[in-house]
Design a protein around this ligand. Structure first.
Ligand code: NDP
Length: 309
């Protein structure tokens, strides 16, 4: 019997515990799934951010801590966590992000906001360029960035993907390393942020970097709030250098009611809904990784602590 500690709040427990049990069964794992943090015999911890579970020292039998979230910035620096940590990569999460990013890119590309907000009786025809004339840069070429890049490339957008290490993505221009960031920004009519939050990526988009965007650029951030220096972005929006920012993630969530983003005419706020973890597919990805650990195979989506993602 494999003991799985699931660090879930009530609602998550209700949603996931049965599904997780079924997914384990499908992998041939007979599991005892518990919320009891005193079960130091847990062989796996399925981790949802939870203030109750901050000390991982007791779990000496634990083969892996499997995050239910793609972003692991809240747990990766925990010094008591010496067990292997895996982040979530799952087809449902990826597809959700592809749909959200593609939708937002098309919205800005087609200038739909003007018609949605109304033109007050004016018959105002604005013909957008074709997608082939609208370069998109995606910062991050991982599970989500690469999938979004493929979707946008299929729609005809010239996409550049920027990452830390060189990538080879079919039909997509890729660049890597800090030394190539400014050039990736210079051509970005639409900039999509799909980076993890690490020491290196915090405030990556500051005054100096944002100034490299072409005038009138659009920013779409479903990555993490602190990737952007808020004051720098607000200043760039005020001058019109950045035409519009669609922000799904923030330094403080929920975004405080008094934050200027709520009322800025060139900001769209969405409440961290770009892509939710989809229970049905997520439990399968997690159970499959447990199966690998039990069979002595290398874990998938292992987080590198030194890199922070
Ligand atoms: P991955 O780890 O698969 O990809 C991360 C990408 O970022 C990689 O290409 C990596 O480069 C690149 N990167 C990391 N650090 C740097 C750096 N210093 N310089 C350049 N590139 C860097 O992550 P995912 O694609 O799965 O997820 C990305 C992020 O999306 C998550 O961390 C999370 O913050 C966010 N997210 C948001 C959601 C929402 O609803 N808003 C939902 C799910 C995720 P390399 O490939 O070379 O390692």
């Amino acid at each position: 019997m494999t003991v799985i500690l699931f660090s879930a709040e009530n609602q998550l427990w209700d949603t996931y515990s049965e599904l997780l049990l079924d997914a384990c069964k499908a992998e041939g794992i007979e599991a005892d799934i518990t919320r009891d943090a005193d079960r130091s015999d847990a062989e796996f911890i399925v981790y949802a951010p939870n203030d109750q579970l901050t000390d991982f020292t007791p779990y000496t039998d634990c083969k892996a801590v499997l995050s239910l979230w793609a972003g692991v910035e809240r747990i990766v620096g925990n010094k008591t966590l010496t067990q292997p940590l895996c982040r979530l990569v799952d087809p449902g999460l990826t597809q959700g992000m592809v749909e959200w990013v593609t939708g937002q890119v098309l919205r800005h590309h087609l200038g739909l906001d003007m018609y949605i907000h109304g033109t007050k009786g004016a018959w105002k025809q604005v013909v957008p360029p074709l997608s082939s004339d609208r370069p998109v840069t995606i910062l991050g070429a991982g599970a989500l960035g690469a999938a979004c890049a493929r979707s946008l490339t299929n729609l005809g957008f010239p996409v550049t993907c920027w990452s830390r290490t060189p990538k080879n993505l079919d039909g997509i221009k890729t660049v890597a390393g800090m030394e190539n960031l400014n050039s990736a920004l210079e051509n970005a009519h639409i900039l999509v942020l799909l980076l993890p939050l690490t020491e290196e990526t915090t405030n990556l988009l500051n005054d100096e970097r944002l100034a490299h965007l072409p005038t009138g650029a659009f920013i779409i951030n479903p990555g993490r709030g602190p990737l952007i220096d808020d004051q720098s972005l607000l200043a760039m929006l005020d001058t019109g250098h950045v035409e519009h920012a669609t922000l799904d993630v923030f330094r403080v969530e929920p975004l405080p009611a008094e934050h200027p983003y709520w009322t800025h005419p060139s900001v769209t706020v969405t409440p961290h809904i770009a892509s939710a973890t989809r229970p049905e597919t997520a439990v399968k990805s997690i159970a499959a990784n447990m199966r690998r650990a039990l069979d002595g195979e290398p874990l998938l989506n292992l987080v590198d602590r030194s890199r922070g993602y």
